[in-house]
Design a protein around this ligand. Structure first.
Ligand code: FAD
Ligand code: PYC
Length: 417
């Protein structure tokens, strides 16, 4: 009887975390105090911690991650890296990021497998062609490599493609960014984590952040799953859950959380050695080093935290892929999953101070933040260290949704969602 009772207590204790919500403070006084705490151990959070330590000498810092490192969007995305954005503000940020990608394996002493195999954005109609030519010219003015390929040149660059596109999606041309490509997604999280750890950063997994308390001296107590932690400054980088964390801190964001999905096929011999994006049909394809076709679909139209994505998006995307690459019709799909991305009304990130003193937020990268990981970490670290925006992150302030000074890549970005 005694034993049965203690087993029962063990089970009850194991589940007690779920029973009390929100959980009670475990200790009245924080046992640990940091100059800065980054909430969110995805690529962006870990990159921020690394550049805070490396560029600003801040080493008494911690990253708090509710699950495991890179278990969010970092390891769920289709890894497309490019900087061919229309507007000057975006081009500056994403091009800085691509330049960092180019030296990242050496910088971190960790092979992130950045492969500059080129990114093609297809045009299927006259409107697409006009959009491409406008964007290619804007890219060049911003020093971003970008060129137009006619259909014959597309076929030469990517022989696997069927230019007829099944009649529905004929290929009339494409933009090509030769410096664009792909990288190994989880390696980016691990590389930044290891490099940050070597500089003295505490990287703490299984540590959900549950609430905040601001103090008169400007410091903030973070109520975490591992007890209270004191911070001089707090950086929030929790893609997909940004409005939830903002709510805990007492302010609101204009972001929405939506599923975005991807799929991979059975592994095959090399058959496509570039990245093909068809924005008009929400279909993206490349081949991983393991030989799997990596396919991305459009974001779901509804708000959800279910990490899967809806069947009709999968069907729409695969139908388009099969029309542009008829030889893939018989390929078996091995895995499908979703990630939760936070989307903004102007489809541009938010890198900003918040209404809470010494609290900063980096979010709203939506469907396109993987490519931005190094640049995002770099510029967010700048903001946290100095407390004021720099030239790169100033256009991405939160107050643009009040003033109307939007960046607005929506409808202009080289991605359909
Ligand atoms: P995440 O890796 O999601 O990191 C956020 C972390 O915060 C998570 O680990 C989460 O557990 C943690 N967290 C949340 N709440 C809390 C809390 N309360 N306490 C502590 N920790 C918390 N971008 C591209 O550029 N190219 C692409 O090809 C591309 N394809 C995509 C395909 C898919 C299917 C998806 C889902 C996304 C894609 N993206 C792409 C977008 C890109 O993945 C994201 O914009 C980017 O990864 C977000 O930044 P992150 O890596 O820091 O996010
Ligand atoms: O931003 O390039 C991108 C992208 C492709 C698929 C999802 N996002």
């Amino acid at each position: 009887m005694k034993n049965r009772y203690s087993i029962f207590s063990l089970i009850r204790n194991a589940f007690s975390y779920h029973q009390e919500w929100p959980p009670a403070w475990r200790s009245p006084e924080p046992k640990k105090s940091y100059d800065a705490v980054i909430v969110g151990g995805g690529g962006h959070g870990l990159a921020t911690a690394y550049y805070l330590a490396k560029n600003h000498g801040m080493t008494n810092i911690a990253v708090l991650e509710k699950g495991w490192l890179g278990g969010g969007n970092t390891a769920r995305n289709t890894t497309i890296i490019r900087s061919n954005y229309l507007w000057d503000e975006s081009a500056k940020l994403y091009e800085h990021s691509v330049k960092l990608w180019e030296g990242l394996s050496q910088e971190l002493n960790y092979n992130v497998m950045f492969s500059q195999r080129g990114v093609l954005n297809l045009a299927h109609n006259q409107h697409d062609l006009r959009e491409l030519s406008r964007r290619i010219n804007a890219n060049r003015l911003n020093g971003v490599d970008s060129e137009f390929l006619n259909p014959e040149e597309v076929k030469k660059f990517c022989p696997a493609i069927d230019l007829r596109g099944g009649g529905r999606y004929p290929v009339l041309g494409a933009s090509l960014q030769r410096r664009g490509g792909t990288a190994r997604h989880d390696a980016v999280a691990w590389g930044y984590a290891r490099a940050a750890d070597e500089l003295g950063v505490d990287v703490i997994q299984n540590c959900p952040v549950l609430g905040f308390e601001s103090h008169a001296d400007g410091s903030i107590t973070i109520n975490s799953g591992k007890g209270p932690i004191k911070a001089g400054k707090v950086g929030l980088v929790v893609a997909g859950h940004s409005s939830v964390i903002a709510d805990m801190a007492g302010f609101r964001l204009p972001t929405e959380s939506r599923p975005l999905q991807a799929l991979v096929s059975e592994p095959m011999k090399p058959c496509i050695d570039t990245v093909v994006m068809s924005n008009a049909v929400h279909a993206y394809i490349s081949q991983s080093d393991k030989g799997e076709l990596v396919i991305g679909a459009g974001a779901d139209a509804y708000i959800s935290y279910g990490q899967k994505g809806s069947g009709h998006q999968t069907e729409h995307t695969l139908a388009a892929i099969c029309e542009m690459f008829p030889q893939f019709r018989r390929v078996k799909m091995m895995r499908q999953w979703g990630g939760i991305v936070d989307t903004n009304p102007d489809a541009s990130p938010i890198i900003s101070k918040t209404p809470v003193a010494n609290m900063f937020i980096n979010c709203g990268w939506g469907t396109g933040g993987f490519k931005g990981t190094p640049g995002s970490g770099w510029t967010f670290a700048d903001l946290i260290a100095s407390g004021e925006p720099d030239d790169m992150n100033a256009p991405f302030k939160l107050d643009r949704f009040k003033t109307g000074y939007l960046v607005d890549e929506h409808g202009a970005a080289a991605v359909a969602h």
